[in-house]
Design a protein. Structure first.
Length: 508
Protein backbone atom coordinates (compact mmCIF):
# COMPACT_ATOMS: atom_id res chain seq x y z
CA UNK A 1 0.00 0.00 0.00
CA UNK A 2 1.30 3.49 -0.81
CA UNK A 3 0.40 6.74 0.69
CA UNK A 4 1.23 10.40 0.15
CA UNK A 5 3.12 11.38 3.26
CA UNK A 6 6.50 12.97 3.48
CA UNK A 7 9.63 10.88 3.65
CA UNK A 8 12.30 13.24 4.96
CA UNK A 9 15.78 12.85 3.59
CA UNK A 10 17.93 11.50 6.41
CA UNK A 11 21.27 13.36 6.35
CA UNK A 12 24.25 11.09 5.69
CA UNK A 13 26.31 10.71 8.86
CA UNK A 14 29.12 8.55 7.48
CA UNK A 15 27.86 5.27 8.96
CA UNK A 16 28.32 2.06 6.96
CA UNK A 17 25.19 1.44 4.90
CA UNK A 18 23.85 -2.02 3.92
CA UNK A 19 25.86 -3.63 6.73
CA UNK A 20 23.03 -5.40 8.57
CA UNK A 21 20.18 -7.69 7.57
CA UNK A 22 16.93 -8.03 9.49
CA UNK A 23 18.19 -11.06 11.42
CA UNK A 24 21.22 -9.15 12.71
CA UNK A 25 18.97 -6.25 13.71
CA UNK A 26 16.71 -8.70 15.56
CA UNK A 27 19.71 -10.19 17.37
CA UNK A 28 20.80 -6.72 18.49
CA UNK A 29 17.27 -5.97 19.72
CA UNK A 30 17.01 -9.19 21.70
CA UNK A 31 20.53 -8.93 23.12
CA UNK A 32 19.79 -5.49 24.53
CA UNK A 33 17.12 -6.90 26.82
CA UNK A 34 19.52 -9.35 28.54
CA UNK A 35 16.95 -12.21 28.38
CA UNK A 36 18.71 -14.56 30.80
CA UNK A 37 19.48 -11.94 33.42
CA UNK A 38 16.16 -10.09 33.06
CA UNK A 39 13.98 -13.12 33.71
CA UNK A 40 16.33 -14.55 36.35
CA UNK A 41 16.38 -11.29 38.33
CA UNK A 42 12.67 -10.47 37.96
CA UNK A 43 10.60 -13.67 38.08
CA UNK A 44 11.10 -14.25 41.79
CA UNK A 45 9.95 -10.72 42.64
CA UNK A 46 6.85 -11.11 40.45
CA UNK A 47 5.94 -14.23 42.43
CA UNK A 48 6.72 -12.45 45.72
CA UNK A 49 4.30 -9.68 44.70
CA UNK A 50 1.55 -12.23 45.38
CA UNK A 51 0.89 -13.61 41.91
CA UNK A 52 1.87 -17.21 42.59
CA UNK A 53 1.50 -19.35 39.47
CA UNK A 54 -0.20 -16.37 37.79
CA UNK A 55 3.27 -14.83 37.34
CA UNK A 56 3.20 -16.34 33.85
CA UNK A 57 0.04 -14.35 33.08
CA UNK A 58 1.73 -11.07 33.96
CA UNK A 59 4.78 -11.87 31.89
CA UNK A 60 2.38 -12.36 28.96
CA UNK A 61 0.09 -9.43 29.82
CA UNK A 62 2.97 -6.96 30.03
CA UNK A 63 4.01 -7.89 26.51
CA UNK A 64 0.83 -6.38 24.99
CA UNK A 65 1.53 -2.65 25.61
CA UNK A 66 5.16 -3.21 24.64
CA UNK A 67 3.98 -4.60 21.30
CA UNK A 68 1.74 -1.54 20.85
CA UNK A 69 4.72 0.78 21.41
CA UNK A 70 6.81 -1.33 19.03
CA UNK A 71 4.19 -0.60 16.36
CA UNK A 72 4.79 3.12 16.92
CA UNK A 73 8.55 2.67 16.52
CA UNK A 74 7.99 0.71 13.31
CA UNK A 75 5.72 3.33 11.74
CA UNK A 76 7.99 6.24 12.66
CA UNK A 77 11.05 4.44 11.38
CA UNK A 78 9.36 3.71 8.06
CA UNK A 79 8.79 7.44 7.62
CA UNK A 80 12.20 8.59 8.89
CA UNK A 81 14.91 5.99 9.55
CA UNK A 82 17.26 8.22 11.52
CA UNK A 83 19.62 6.62 14.05
CA UNK A 84 18.50 9.24 16.57
CA UNK A 85 15.09 7.47 16.72
CA UNK A 86 13.26 8.88 19.79
CA UNK A 87 15.15 12.18 19.70
CA UNK A 88 14.40 12.76 16.02
CA UNK A 89 10.77 11.68 16.13
CA UNK A 90 9.95 13.58 19.33
CA UNK A 91 11.45 16.72 17.77
CA UNK A 92 9.31 16.23 14.65
CA UNK A 93 6.19 15.86 16.77
CA UNK A 94 6.63 18.21 19.71
CA UNK A 95 9.49 20.57 18.92
CA UNK A 96 13.18 20.97 19.66
CA UNK A 97 13.08 21.17 23.46
CA UNK A 98 10.93 18.08 23.92
CA UNK A 99 13.11 16.29 21.37
CA UNK A 100 16.33 17.27 23.12
CA UNK A 101 15.01 16.18 26.52
CA UNK A 102 13.83 12.90 25.03
CA UNK A 103 17.35 12.31 23.76
CA UNK A 104 18.69 13.13 27.22
CA UNK A 105 16.27 10.73 28.95
CA UNK A 106 17.34 7.93 26.59
CA UNK A 107 21.01 8.62 27.35
CA UNK A 108 20.34 8.66 31.11
CA UNK A 109 18.68 5.24 31.01
CA UNK A 110 21.53 3.85 28.94
CA UNK A 111 24.14 5.23 31.35
CA UNK A 112 22.34 3.70 34.33
CA UNK A 113 21.95 0.36 32.55
CA UNK A 114 25.67 0.31 31.77
CA UNK A 115 26.43 0.62 35.48
CA UNK A 116 24.25 -2.36 36.36
CA UNK A 117 25.55 -4.53 33.52
CA UNK A 118 29.18 -3.68 34.32
CA UNK A 119 28.59 -4.79 37.91
CA UNK A 120 26.97 -7.98 36.60
CA UNK A 121 29.81 -8.88 34.23
CA UNK A 122 32.39 -8.18 36.93
CA UNK A 123 30.70 -10.46 39.44
CA UNK A 124 29.84 -13.31 37.07
CA UNK A 125 33.31 -13.40 35.54
CA UNK A 126 34.66 -14.30 38.98
CA UNK A 127 31.83 -16.79 39.64
CA UNK A 128 32.64 -18.49 36.34
CA UNK A 129 36.13 -19.29 37.62
CA UNK A 130 34.87 -20.38 41.02
CA UNK A 131 36.21 -17.29 42.80
CA UNK A 132 33.11 -16.81 44.93
CA UNK A 133 34.89 -14.88 47.69
CA UNK A 134 36.34 -12.38 45.26
CA UNK A 135 32.91 -12.03 43.64
CA UNK A 136 31.83 -10.23 46.81
CA UNK A 137 34.85 -7.92 46.75
CA UNK A 138 33.63 -4.57 45.45
CA UNK A 139 37.02 -3.33 44.27
CA UNK A 140 37.80 -6.49 42.27
CA UNK A 141 34.36 -6.75 40.65
CA UNK A 142 34.48 -3.05 39.77
CA UNK A 143 37.88 -3.41 38.12
CA UNK A 144 36.76 -6.40 36.04
CA UNK A 145 33.49 -4.66 35.15
CA UNK A 146 35.47 -1.66 33.90
CA UNK A 147 37.69 -3.93 31.79
CA UNK A 148 34.60 -5.48 30.19
CA UNK A 149 33.16 -2.04 29.50
CA UNK A 150 36.30 -0.79 27.75
CA UNK A 151 36.62 -4.00 25.72
CA UNK A 152 33.01 -3.74 24.53
CA UNK A 153 33.51 -0.08 23.61
CA UNK A 154 36.46 -1.15 21.51
CA UNK A 155 34.31 -3.75 19.73
CA UNK A 156 31.65 -1.15 18.96
CA UNK A 157 34.35 1.24 17.74
CA UNK A 158 35.87 -1.33 15.39
CA UNK A 159 32.76 -1.64 13.23
CA UNK A 160 29.08 -2.57 13.13
CA UNK A 161 29.80 -5.94 11.48
CA UNK A 162 32.22 -6.90 14.27
CA UNK A 163 29.63 -5.85 16.85
CA UNK A 164 26.87 -7.82 15.11
CA UNK A 165 28.99 -11.00 14.95
CA UNK A 166 29.77 -10.72 18.65
CA UNK A 167 26.06 -10.32 19.39
CA UNK A 168 25.26 -13.49 17.44
CA UNK A 169 27.67 -15.50 19.57
CA UNK A 170 26.67 -14.01 22.92
CA UNK A 171 22.93 -14.27 22.32
CA UNK A 172 23.26 -17.77 20.87
CA UNK A 173 24.93 -19.07 24.03
CA UNK A 174 22.39 -17.32 26.22
CA UNK A 175 19.27 -18.62 24.44
CA UNK A 176 20.65 -22.15 24.02
CA UNK A 177 21.21 -22.49 27.78
CA UNK A 178 17.74 -21.11 28.56
CA UNK A 179 16.06 -23.56 26.18
CA UNK A 180 18.02 -26.53 27.57
CA UNK A 181 17.16 -25.47 31.12
CA UNK A 182 13.46 -25.19 30.29
CA UNK A 183 13.26 -28.48 28.36
CA UNK A 184 15.06 -30.45 31.08
CA UNK A 185 12.92 -28.89 33.83
CA UNK A 186 9.63 -29.61 32.03
CA UNK A 187 10.75 -33.14 31.11
CA UNK A 188 11.46 -33.90 34.75
CA UNK A 189 8.10 -32.42 35.79
CA UNK A 190 6.14 -34.56 33.34
CA UNK A 191 8.20 -37.67 34.10
CA UNK A 192 7.58 -37.27 37.83
CA UNK A 193 11.24 -36.90 38.81
CA UNK A 194 11.20 -33.19 39.70
CA UNK A 195 10.26 -33.67 43.35
CA UNK A 196 7.18 -33.07 45.54
CA UNK A 197 7.28 -29.30 45.00
CA UNK A 198 6.67 -29.65 41.25
CA UNK A 199 3.32 -28.90 39.60
CA UNK A 200 2.09 -29.77 36.12
CA UNK A 201 1.61 -26.56 34.06
CA UNK A 202 -1.97 -25.35 33.65
CA UNK A 203 -3.48 -23.13 30.96
CA UNK A 204 -5.06 -20.88 33.59
CA UNK A 205 -1.54 -19.76 34.61
CA UNK A 206 -1.72 -17.53 31.54
CA UNK A 207 -4.86 -15.67 32.68
CA UNK A 208 -4.58 -13.15 35.58
CA UNK A 209 -7.82 -14.09 37.35
CA UNK A 210 -8.15 -14.10 41.12
CA UNK A 211 -5.39 -11.52 41.64
CA UNK A 212 -6.07 -8.28 43.54
CA UNK A 213 -5.69 -4.92 41.82
CA UNK A 214 -2.75 -3.96 44.03
CA UNK A 215 -0.93 -7.20 43.29
CA UNK A 216 -1.64 -6.84 39.57
CA UNK A 217 -0.21 -3.31 39.50
CA UNK A 218 2.94 -4.41 41.34
CA UNK A 219 3.40 -7.39 39.03
CA UNK A 220 2.95 -5.31 35.87
CA UNK A 221 5.44 -2.70 37.11
CA UNK A 222 7.98 -5.49 37.55
CA UNK A 223 7.24 -7.45 34.38
CA UNK A 224 6.91 -4.66 31.84
CA UNK A 225 10.54 -3.56 32.09
CA UNK A 226 12.03 -6.97 31.25
CA UNK A 227 11.17 -6.22 27.61
CA UNK A 228 13.09 -2.94 27.39
CA UNK A 229 15.97 -2.97 24.92
CA UNK A 230 14.34 -4.31 21.74
CA UNK A 231 14.30 -0.75 20.32
CA UNK A 232 18.08 -0.96 19.89
CA UNK A 233 17.37 -2.72 16.60
CA UNK A 234 16.09 0.63 15.27
CA UNK A 235 19.12 2.61 16.35
CA UNK A 236 21.18 0.83 13.70
CA UNK A 237 18.59 1.59 11.01
CA UNK A 238 20.94 3.69 8.87
CA UNK A 239 23.32 0.72 8.71
CA UNK A 240 20.58 -1.67 7.62
CA UNK A 241 20.20 -3.07 4.10
CA UNK A 242 16.55 -1.88 4.20
CA UNK A 243 16.53 1.14 6.56
CA UNK A 244 12.83 1.95 6.33
CA UNK A 245 11.39 -1.50 6.87
CA UNK A 246 13.83 -4.12 8.22
CA UNK A 247 14.58 -2.43 11.59
CA UNK A 248 10.87 -1.97 12.33
CA UNK A 249 10.14 -5.58 11.49
CA UNK A 250 13.12 -6.61 13.61
CA UNK A 251 11.70 -4.63 16.56
CA UNK A 252 8.33 -6.40 16.31
CA UNK A 253 10.00 -9.79 15.87
CA UNK A 254 12.28 -9.12 18.86
CA UNK A 255 9.32 -8.51 21.17
CA UNK A 256 7.53 -11.66 19.97
CA UNK A 257 10.61 -13.84 20.40
CA UNK A 258 11.22 -12.32 23.83
CA UNK A 259 7.74 -13.11 25.13
CA UNK A 260 8.02 -16.70 23.85
CA UNK A 261 11.41 -17.07 25.55
CA UNK A 262 10.19 -15.53 28.80
CA UNK A 263 7.03 -17.66 28.87
CA UNK A 264 8.99 -20.86 28.30
CA UNK A 265 11.43 -20.12 31.12
CA UNK A 266 8.69 -18.83 33.43
CA UNK A 267 6.39 -21.83 33.00
CA UNK A 268 9.31 -24.26 33.34
CA UNK A 269 10.53 -22.54 36.53
CA UNK A 270 7.05 -22.34 38.07
CA UNK A 271 6.31 -25.97 37.24
CA UNK A 272 9.61 -27.33 38.56
CA UNK A 273 10.13 -25.16 41.64
CA UNK A 274 6.58 -24.28 42.64
CA UNK A 275 5.75 -21.11 44.54
CA UNK A 276 6.64 -22.24 48.04
CA UNK A 277 8.48 -20.01 50.50
CA UNK A 278 11.17 -22.55 51.33
CA UNK A 279 13.89 -24.43 49.46
CA UNK A 280 13.86 -23.81 45.73
CA UNK A 281 10.34 -22.33 45.82
CA UNK A 282 10.04 -19.12 43.81
CA UNK A 283 8.43 -17.33 46.76
CA UNK A 284 11.59 -17.89 48.81
CA UNK A 285 13.10 -14.42 49.20
CA UNK A 286 16.60 -15.92 49.30
CA UNK A 287 16.24 -16.97 45.64
CA UNK A 288 14.53 -13.84 44.31
CA UNK A 289 17.58 -12.01 42.96
CA UNK A 290 18.55 -14.87 40.63
CA UNK A 291 16.07 -17.74 40.35
CA UNK A 292 18.09 -19.54 37.68
CA UNK A 293 21.13 -19.81 39.94
CA UNK A 294 18.92 -21.29 42.65
CA UNK A 295 17.31 -23.79 40.28
CA UNK A 296 20.35 -24.86 38.28
CA UNK A 297 21.58 -27.56 40.64
CA UNK A 298 18.07 -28.89 41.29
CA UNK A 299 17.17 -29.15 37.60
CA UNK A 300 20.44 -30.57 36.27
CA UNK A 301 21.60 -32.55 39.29
CA UNK A 302 25.16 -33.04 40.52
CA UNK A 303 26.44 -35.40 37.81
CA UNK A 304 29.05 -34.38 35.24
CA UNK A 305 26.28 -33.09 32.97
CA UNK A 306 24.78 -31.17 35.88
CA UNK A 307 28.07 -29.49 36.72
CA UNK A 308 28.60 -28.50 33.09
CA UNK A 309 25.08 -27.07 32.80
CA UNK A 310 25.44 -25.24 36.11
CA UNK A 311 28.58 -23.65 34.71
CA UNK A 312 26.76 -22.78 31.48
CA UNK A 313 23.99 -21.07 33.47
CA UNK A 314 26.64 -18.76 34.89
CA UNK A 315 28.01 -18.28 31.37
CA UNK A 316 24.51 -17.40 30.09
CA UNK A 317 24.09 -14.63 32.65
CA UNK A 318 27.61 -13.37 31.96
CA UNK A 319 27.03 -13.31 28.20
CA UNK A 320 23.67 -11.69 28.85
CA UNK A 321 25.34 -8.82 30.68
CA UNK A 322 28.10 -8.47 28.08
CA UNK A 323 25.68 -8.55 25.14
CA UNK A 324 23.44 -5.98 26.78
CA UNK A 325 26.35 -3.67 27.49
CA UNK A 326 27.53 -3.85 23.90
CA UNK A 327 24.01 -3.41 22.54
CA UNK A 328 23.56 -0.38 24.83
CA UNK A 329 26.76 1.33 23.69
CA UNK A 330 25.66 1.15 20.04
CA UNK A 331 22.33 3.04 20.35
CA UNK A 332 23.74 5.50 22.89
CA UNK A 333 26.56 6.45 20.52
CA UNK A 334 24.15 6.77 17.61
CA UNK A 335 21.63 8.87 19.53
CA UNK A 336 24.38 11.33 20.43
CA UNK A 337 25.74 11.22 16.86
CA UNK A 338 22.31 12.06 15.49
CA UNK A 339 21.86 14.92 17.95
CA UNK A 340 25.18 16.39 16.82
CA UNK A 341 24.36 15.84 13.13
CA UNK A 342 21.11 17.77 13.54
CA UNK A 343 22.84 20.56 15.44
CA UNK A 344 21.50 19.69 18.89
CA UNK A 345 25.01 19.09 20.28
CA UNK A 346 28.47 20.44 19.38
CA UNK A 347 29.78 19.19 16.02
CA UNK A 348 32.65 17.24 17.59
CA UNK A 349 30.13 14.57 18.64
CA UNK A 350 29.20 14.06 15.01
CA UNK A 351 32.58 12.62 14.01
CA UNK A 352 32.62 9.18 12.38
CA UNK A 353 35.75 7.06 11.95
CA UNK A 354 36.70 7.15 8.24
CA UNK A 355 37.74 3.47 8.15
CA UNK A 356 35.43 1.73 10.61
CA UNK A 357 32.46 4.03 9.86
CA UNK A 358 31.35 4.06 13.48
CA UNK A 359 30.65 7.03 15.79
CA UNK A 360 34.21 7.47 17.03
CA UNK A 361 33.87 10.33 19.50
CA UNK A 362 30.44 9.39 20.89
CA UNK A 363 31.29 5.70 21.35
CA UNK A 364 34.30 6.47 23.54
CA UNK A 365 32.65 9.47 25.21
CA UNK A 366 29.68 7.35 26.27
CA UNK A 367 31.97 4.54 27.37
CA UNK A 368 34.18 6.77 29.50
CA UNK A 369 31.23 8.58 31.10
CA UNK A 370 29.64 5.19 31.81
CA UNK A 371 32.87 3.98 33.37
CA UNK A 372 33.18 7.07 35.58
CA UNK A 373 29.54 6.79 36.69
CA UNK A 374 29.89 3.08 37.41
CA UNK A 375 33.04 3.57 39.50
CA UNK A 376 31.43 6.47 41.39
CA UNK A 377 28.27 4.48 42.20
CA UNK A 378 30.18 1.29 43.05
CA UNK A 379 32.57 3.08 45.40
CA UNK A 380 29.83 5.18 46.93
CA UNK A 381 27.51 2.35 47.92
CA UNK A 382 26.09 -0.94 46.67
CA UNK A 383 22.69 0.33 47.79
CA UNK A 384 22.95 3.49 45.70
CA UNK A 385 24.03 1.40 42.70
CA UNK A 386 21.01 -0.89 43.18
CA UNK A 387 18.60 2.07 43.39
CA UNK A 388 20.18 3.64 40.31
CA UNK A 389 19.38 0.48 38.37
CA UNK A 390 15.74 0.55 39.50
CA UNK A 391 15.49 4.22 38.51
CA UNK A 392 15.85 3.14 34.87
CA UNK A 393 12.17 2.19 35.00
CA UNK A 394 11.14 5.85 35.19
CA UNK A 395 13.18 6.82 32.13
CA UNK A 396 11.91 3.84 30.12
CA UNK A 397 8.32 4.85 30.84
CA UNK A 398 9.04 8.40 29.63
CA UNK A 399 10.78 7.15 26.47
CA UNK A 400 7.94 4.83 25.50
CA UNK A 401 5.22 7.37 26.36
CA UNK A 402 6.77 10.16 24.29
CA UNK A 403 7.54 7.94 21.28
CA UNK A 404 4.10 6.33 21.20
CA UNK A 405 2.30 9.67 21.43
CA UNK A 406 4.70 11.19 18.88
CA UNK A 407 3.56 8.52 16.42
CA UNK A 408 -0.10 9.46 16.90
CA UNK A 409 0.66 13.17 16.52
CA UNK A 410 3.01 12.90 13.53
CA UNK A 411 0.53 10.78 11.55
CA UNK A 412 -2.65 12.43 12.81
CA UNK A 413 -3.67 13.59 9.31
CA UNK A 414 -3.49 10.06 7.88
CA UNK A 415 -5.17 8.10 10.69
CA UNK A 416 -8.59 7.96 9.02
CA UNK A 417 -7.28 7.14 5.54
CA UNK A 418 -7.33 3.37 6.22
CA UNK A 419 -8.11 0.82 8.90
CA UNK A 420 -4.42 -0.09 9.00
CA UNK A 421 -3.34 3.47 9.70
CA UNK A 422 -6.00 3.91 12.35
CA UNK A 423 -4.81 0.82 14.20
CA UNK A 424 -1.03 0.88 13.73
CA UNK A 425 -0.47 4.64 13.75
CA UNK A 426 -3.29 5.70 16.00
CA UNK A 427 -5.15 3.38 18.35
CA UNK A 428 -2.44 0.90 19.34
CA UNK A 429 0.33 3.51 19.87
CA UNK A 430 -2.11 5.72 21.80
CA UNK A 431 -3.11 2.87 24.12
CA UNK A 432 0.56 1.95 24.57
CA UNK A 433 1.49 5.56 25.32
CA UNK A 434 -1.29 6.02 27.86
CA UNK A 435 -0.36 2.71 29.50
CA UNK A 436 3.26 3.74 29.97
CA UNK A 437 2.18 7.17 31.18
CA UNK A 438 0.16 5.39 33.87
CA UNK A 439 3.19 3.16 34.59
CA UNK A 440 5.32 6.30 34.99
CA UNK A 441 2.94 7.78 37.56
CA UNK A 442 2.48 4.52 39.46
CA UNK A 443 6.22 3.78 39.43
CA UNK A 444 7.07 7.28 40.68
CA UNK A 445 4.59 6.88 43.55
CA UNK A 446 5.83 3.37 44.38
CA UNK A 447 9.53 4.32 44.21
CA UNK A 448 8.98 7.42 46.34
CA UNK A 449 8.00 5.27 49.33
CA UNK A 450 10.90 5.16 51.80
CA UNK A 451 10.76 1.36 52.01
CA UNK A 452 10.70 0.77 48.24
CA UNK A 453 14.46 0.64 47.64
CA UNK A 454 17.79 0.47 49.39
CA UNK A 455 18.21 4.16 50.23
CA UNK A 456 16.16 7.20 51.26
CA UNK A 457 16.71 10.94 50.85
CA UNK A 458 14.76 13.19 53.22
CA UNK A 459 12.21 10.43 53.68
CA UNK A 460 11.77 9.83 49.94
CA UNK A 461 12.79 6.58 48.27
CA UNK A 462 16.22 6.79 46.68
CA UNK A 463 14.99 5.24 43.41
CA UNK A 464 12.59 8.13 42.80
CA UNK A 465 15.16 10.73 43.84
CA UNK A 466 17.89 9.34 41.58
CA UNK A 467 15.51 9.00 38.63
CA UNK A 468 14.01 12.47 38.95
CA UNK A 469 17.34 14.22 39.61
CA UNK A 470 19.00 12.45 36.65
CA UNK A 471 16.21 13.64 34.36
CA UNK A 472 16.15 17.20 35.75
CA UNK A 473 19.90 17.58 35.19
CA UNK A 474 19.04 17.61 31.50
CA UNK A 475 17.33 21.02 31.71
CA UNK A 476 20.40 23.10 32.69
CA UNK A 477 22.45 21.11 30.16
CA UNK A 478 19.93 21.90 27.44
CA UNK A 479 19.99 25.60 28.25
CA UNK A 480 23.81 25.49 28.32
CA UNK A 481 24.07 24.19 24.74
CA UNK A 482 21.34 26.40 23.30
CA UNK A 483 23.68 29.25 22.43
CA UNK A 484 25.95 26.95 20.40
CA UNK A 485 22.99 25.15 18.79
CA UNK A 486 20.71 28.02 17.82
CA UNK A 487 19.55 26.58 14.49
CA UNK A 488 18.30 23.41 16.16
CA UNK A 489 16.44 25.16 18.97
CA UNK A 490 14.97 27.65 16.48
CA UNK A 491 13.55 24.68 14.59
CA UNK A 492 15.59 25.25 11.45
CA UNK A 493 17.92 22.23 11.36
CA UNK A 494 15.25 19.67 12.32
CA UNK A 495 11.85 20.99 11.37
CA UNK A 496 8.86 20.23 13.51
CA UNK A 497 6.07 18.38 11.71
CA UNK A 498 8.02 17.76 8.48
CA UNK A 499 7.08 14.07 8.41
CA UNK A 500 3.40 14.93 8.01
CA UNK A 501 3.89 17.23 5.01
CA UNK A 502 4.85 16.95 1.39
CA UNK A 503 3.83 14.70 -1.41
CA UNK A 504 6.62 12.17 -1.74
CA UNK A 505 5.21 8.67 -1.86
CA UNK A 506 6.60 5.98 0.42
CA UNK A 507 5.52 2.39 0.86
CA UNK A 508 3.94 1.59 4.18
Amino acid sequence: MTEAVAAPVVPAKGLRSNALGMVSSTVIGMSSTAPAYSIAATLGFIVLAGTGFKAAAFVLLSFVPVLFVACAFRELNAAEPDCGTNFTWATRAFGSRVGWMTGWVVLVEQLLVMSSQSALTGRYTLLLFGLDDLANNRAVTTAIGCAWLLALCWLCYRGIEVSARAQWVLLGIELAVLVIFSVVALTRVYSGTAGPQATTPQWDWLWPSGVSVGTAVSAVLLAVFIYWGWESSLSVNEESADPRHAPGRAAILSTVLLVLNYLLVTVASLAFAGVGEHGIGLANEANAEDVLAGLGGAVFGTSGFGKVMGLLLIVSVLTSGAATSQATIMPAARTTLSMASHGALPKVFGRVHPKYQTPSVTTWAFGLVSLALYVLLALWSRNVLADSVDAVGLTIAIEFTVTALACVWVFRRTLLSSVRNFLLRGLLPFVGGVFFLAVLVLAAIAYARPDSGETTVFGIGGVAVIGVVAILVGFPLMFAVQRACRDFFAGRSLTRGAVARGGQTIES
